[in-house]
Design a protein around this ligand. Structure first.
Ligand code: GLC
Length: 462
């Protein structure tokens, strides 16, 4: 079975697509040139999403900001094409051919068409109540139209689905991924399932001919009842302080947005404990003789959400006997002055425990999909490929190693199974995936609109 084949006649319009990505700390706008031969060229711009827009009063504020970024990007990177397309848009309708845009919107959505989906709930710190239940492509298209941009929102994609697509497109060995997963600000996975196994009623229009469908699992909300997830008092405290209390419990133990806060809460409790001498050395044997450890009242350690998860990467990467990089980082990032070696060791132990737990839980989610796919049961010992993306897998040292270590210990996988699982980064997955789906969407539009489509054939999931 080929997971994703987009094969076209030579006249098919591989080409330039826009992709935007909303779902983490940054908003990314990219243009992707799909060359049709597993390669692509990507230009992108990213801006941090202003915190106040994540909890804006109205969806219109957030989506207007997104449309502004799209306009800026087009003017900066595709000025000529932009002006030309804009001119065309005011000409006869037969000549109109706007930029096609794939919208990677990485929140739970009830998707009812290729460019239509209603927001179920926000995650990852976003909270704009009037967007719930709305078609997010419609919201973006309206904002684009308010600016008069020649852009059509052609496809709606979750980042995990984009990652799965991108991994399939860039695969040069013919082996197709069984899972696209994100371990970044949030966590989630998408995989291919047989329609016969899907019990949930499906609304909307979809192609039944392949007998399969991509499922966005939204595993971030696995076990919100906490039947099996490990729980500490810091997990409970963290959940209380989020805008989406009571949900995304798996995500809150696994993904980058939350790990730093768990470390902070645990560290703070240790500091408050009189019997523990964390960050209060007057004269540690390993410390400089004159320096007294001192935590500034401004320290991020003392402020809710004040500890960025990235310091966990520094802690994991520093294996020097003096932990000098980590000690410097404690000072520069957290205003903890002259931390002793023992302080740094304790911090590292806490951070590593939180990071390792996240990796082991990630392995559980991956293993569930691998087992569900039945791929390990086949006689031919083929590679089971998984495409991943996100800051944790990319930047947290040893994250993938820890996942493999855990996979080996899982029933039904074991060391032999783990050996056959290949977890590979699908770099820029969501951008490329969104562009690919925008391309497919363009093919699905009425043939009278776009002459080129008559010559193209697209097949999904053969
Ligand atoms: C959150 C979102 C999900 C997304 C994931 C990774 O879990 O709900 O849709 O895929 O984050 O970005």
């Amino acid at each position: 079975m080929t997971l994703l084949t987009i094969h076209m006649s030579s006249s098919a319009r591989w080409g330039l697509y826009l992709a935007v990505d909303l779902g983490g700390t940054n908003f990314r706008v990219c243009s992707v040139q799909l060359n049709g031969d597993t390669t692509f060229n990507l230009t992108f711009n990213k801006v941090a999403i202003p915190k106040e827009l994540m909890v804006a009063k109205t969806a219109r504020e957030l989506f207007s900001f997104l449309a502004d970024q799209i306009e800026e990007f087009l003017r900066a990177h595709h000025e000529e094409h932009f002006v030309e397309t804009k001119k065309q848009m005011t000409g006869p309708s037969s000549a109109r051919d706007p930029f096609r845009l794939g919208f990677t919107f990485s929140f739970p959505v009830n998707q009812v068409g290729i460019n239509k989906g209603k927001l179920i709930r926000w995650t990852k710190g976003f909270d704009i109540p009037d967007a719930i239940g709305e078609d997010v492509c419609g919201l973006l298209q309206e904002a684009i139209d308010r600016l008069g941009l020649p852009v059509k929102v052609a496809a709606l994609v979750n980042d995990t689905v984009g990652t799965l697509m991108a991994r399939a497109y860039t695969s040069t060995e013919g082996s197709q991924p069984i899972l696209g997963a994100i371990f970044g600000t949030g966590t989630n996975g998408a995989y291919l399932e047989k329609l016969s196994k899907i019990r949930k009623p499906l609304d909307g229009t979809y192609d039944k001919s392949t007998g399969e469908m991509v499922i966005n699992t939204e595993w971030g909300s696995f076990d919100n009842q906490l039947n099996v997830l490990p729980t500490t008092r810091w997990d409970a405290a963290l959940d209380e302080s989020t805008v989406n209390r009571g949900v995304q419990k798996f995500e809150k133990r696994v993904s980058g947005m939350f790990l730093g806060e768990i470390v902070r809460l645990a560290t703070l409790d240790m500091m408050k404990d009189e019997s523990v001498s964390l960050f209060r050395d007057a004269n540690s044997s390993f410390n400089d003789w004159k320096s007294t450890t001192n935590v500034s009242p401004q320290s991020g350690l003392l402020k809710p959400w004040g500890l960025d998860s990235s310091i966990m990467s520094v802690a994991a990467a520093d294996n020097t006997p003096e932990l000098s990089t980590l000690r410097q980082e404690l000072e520069s990032a957290l205003d903890i002055f002259a931390p002793s070696l023992e302080d740094a060791q304790s911090f590292k132990a806490v951070a590593n425990a939180v990071g390792r737990r996240a990796a082991r839980l990630s392995a559980v989610a991956i293993a569930a999909i691998v087992l569900q796919s039945g791929k390990l049961d086949g006689p031919d010992k083929e590679v089971v490929d998984i495409g991943v993306d996100g800051s944790l897998v990319e930047h947290y040292p040893f994250f993938r190693d820890m996942i493999y270590e855990a996979l080996k210990a899982i029933d039904g996988i074991g060391p032999e199974g783990a050996e056959r699982i290949r977890i590979g980064i699908a770099k820029d997955g969501s951008g490329v995936g969104a562009a690919l789906i925008a391309l497919v969407a363009a093919k699905m539009e009425s043939e009278t609109d776009f002459e080129y489509k008559a010559k193209a054939e697209t097949s999904w999931f053969e």
